[in-house]
Design a protein around this ligand. Structure first.
Ligand SMILES: Nc1nc2c(ncn2[C@@H]2O[C@H](COP(=O)(O)OP(=O)(O)O)[C@@H](O)[C@H]2O)c(=O)[nH]1
Ligand SMILES: [Mg+2]
Length: 378
C-alpha cells in the first residue's frame, strides 16, 4: 500500500512501472493507475473465490450427484485452458468406469419446433417415473453472433427446479468439434453422476444434429406441420438418422394439420431404410404444451431400447461411437497443435493474404504451413 494516496485515485496514467527501460518512448504503453486506500473501518473481505477442488473432490461430488460439483466438473471440461484440460482428463479417467449406464437420447428440430417445451414435458414425465434426467443443450449458433438461440432454462421452469433433473446449456462459441467433444464428455460425467436418462438437445439447422447422432443411442427428431420439408431437414437426410419422429403441437386448432403431417411422414418413412436395423422408425403425435402423447413417446423409447439391447445393437453402436470419438479427438488435437504452433502463427496471415490475392495457390500455402508445423512425424 506504500505510495497510495489516502483519498480518491490520482490521475491515471502518470506513473510508469520501474521496469520500463530508461528513455522508452510512448510506444511502451504501460503505466500505473493509482489505487486508493480503503476507507478507515471498511471491512476487508478477501476476494470471493471458490475453493479449488481436487480431482478427489470432483470425483466424490459427481458420484454423489451433487449438482454444484457436477456443474463445476462440466465447467472444467468446457475450459480450454491447458491446466484445466489436464485436470479434466484425469477426472474423466476416474469417472469412465462409472459411465455407460444411462439411456442417451438426442433430440433435434428446427428452432421453434418445441424442443425445450417437449423436453420439459418429457423430462417431467420421466422424473415422475422416478428416473433422474440430465439435459445438455448444444447451441451451435453462437460463433457468429456471440448470442444464443436457445436461452433454454426459461422454457423448462418445472424441470429446472426438479431435484431429479439437471439442465446444462452448452458453452456458446467455439467450433462444433469443440462443442461436440465437451458434450460427449459431459454425457460421461452425467452418467457417472447416476442419471438414468441423458438428453442432448440440438438445434437442427446445421451439422450439429449429425454430430449428436454419433453420441447418443436414440435419435429423436421433433417436427411440426407446415414448416417446410427443406427447413426441417427432410431433404438433408435428417429423417434417415431418426429412430423416432414426433410431430409436435398436435393440439387445438393445429391438431388436424399435425395429424395430416403425421400421415405424410408415415408414408415417407415407409420408403426409407430405418436408421436402426430391425426397428421401423415410428412417427408419433404429441403436444409438448398439454403433455398429450408424451408418455407414448417414452413408451416407444423403451421399446427401442429393448430391441437394441436384445439384438446387441446398443453395445455395438456404442463401441463404434467410441472409435469415432477417438478419431475426432485426434483430429481436434492435431488441429490445435497446428494452429498453436508459433511458426505457423507467424506465417499464416501472410499466406492467407497471398492466397486471397491469387499470388499463391491454396495447396502450396497449405503445404508450406504444414511443413512449418512442429508435428511429430510430419
Ligand atoms: N401449441 C403448442 N405450442 C407449443 C408446443 N410446444 C412448444 N410450443 C410453443 O412453441 C414455441 C417454441 O417452443 P420452444 O420449446 O422454445 O422451441 P425450440 O426452439 O424447439 O426449443 C413456444 O412458444 C412454445 O410455447 C405444443 O406442443 N403446442
Ligand atoms: Mg429450445
Amino acid at each position: 500500500m506504500k505510495g497510495l494516496p489516502d483519498s480518491a485515485p490520482a490521475k491515471p496514467g502518470k506513473t510508469r512501472p520501474e521496469w520500463v527501460p530508461d528513455g522508452a518512448g510512448a510506444g511502451f504503453a504501460t503505466s500505473i493507475v493509482c489505487g486508493c486506500r480503503p476507507a478507515a473501518g471498511a471491512a476487508r473481505h478477501p476476494p470471493a473465490r471458490r475453493r479449488a477442488l481436487t480431482i478427489d473432490d470432483y470425483t466424490a461430488g459427481v458420484r454423489a450427484g451433487d449438482p454444484t460439483i457436477l456443474g463445476r466438473a462440466i465447467s472444467l471440461i468446457e475450459s480450454n485452458a491447458a491446466t484445466h484440460r489436464a485436470q479434466a482428463q484425469q477426472l474423466l479417467a476416474r469417472l469412465q468406469a462409472h459411465s455407460g449406464r444411462a439411456r442417451r437420447i438426442g433430440i433435434t428440430g428446427i428452432p421453434g419446433a418445441g424442443k425445450s417445451t417437449f423436453i420439459e414435458a418429457f423430462g417431467s414425465h420421466l422424473t415422475g417415473l422416478k428416473k433422474r434426467v440430465a439435459v445438455l443443450a448444444i447451441d451451435p449458433s453462437s460463433s457468429l453472433t456471440g448470442g444464443s438461440i436457445l436461452a433454454d432454462k426459461v422454457r423448462m421452469p418445472r424441470l429446472g427446479v426438479d431435484p431429479a433433473a439437471f439442465i446444462r446449456p452448452s458453452p456458446s462459441g467455439g467450433s462444433l468439434g469443440g462443442v461436440a467433444r465437451k458434450t460427449r464428455e459431459a454425457i460421461l460425467v452425467c452418467e457417472a453422476a447416476g442419471f438414468d436418462v441423458v438428453i442432448v438437445e440440438t438445434v437442427g439447422v446445421g451439422q450439429s444434429e449429425v454430430t449428436v447422432r454419433t453420441m447418443v443411442d436414440l435419435f429423436l427428431v421433433l417436427m411440426i406441420a407446415g414448416a417446410g420439408d427443406e427447413m426441417q431437414g427432410i431433404k438433408k437426410g435428417v429423417i434417415e438418422l431418426a429412430d423416432a419422429i414426433v410431430i409436435n403441437k398436435a393440439d387445438g386448432d393445429n391438431r388436424p394439420r399435425a395429424l395430416g403431417a403425421l400421415a405424410d411422414m408415415k408414408r415417407v418413412l415407409h420408403y426409407l431404410q430405418p436408421a436402426t436395423p430391425g426397428w421401423p422408425t415410428p412417427a408419433l403425435p404429441a403436444s409438448a404444451l398439454t403433455g398429450e402423447g408424451v408418455p407414448a413417446v417414452w413408451d416407444a423409447c423403451q421399446a427401442f431400447f429393448s430391441h437394441v439391447e436384445a439384438a446387441g445393437i446398443l453395445a455395438r453402436r456404442r463401441h463404434e461411437q467410441d472409435v469415432q470419438w477417438m478419431h475426432s479427438l485426434i483430429t481436434e488435437g492435431l488441429r490445435t497443435r497446428f494452429y498453436t504452433c508459433l511458426s505457423v502463427r507467424d506465417r499464416l496471415p501472410a499466406l492467407e493474404r497471398a492466397v486471397a490475392d491469387g499470388r499463391m495457390p491454396a495447396f502450396a500455402a497449405a503445404t508450406e504451413l504444414l511443413g512449418l508445423a512442429n508435428l511429430p512425424g510430419a
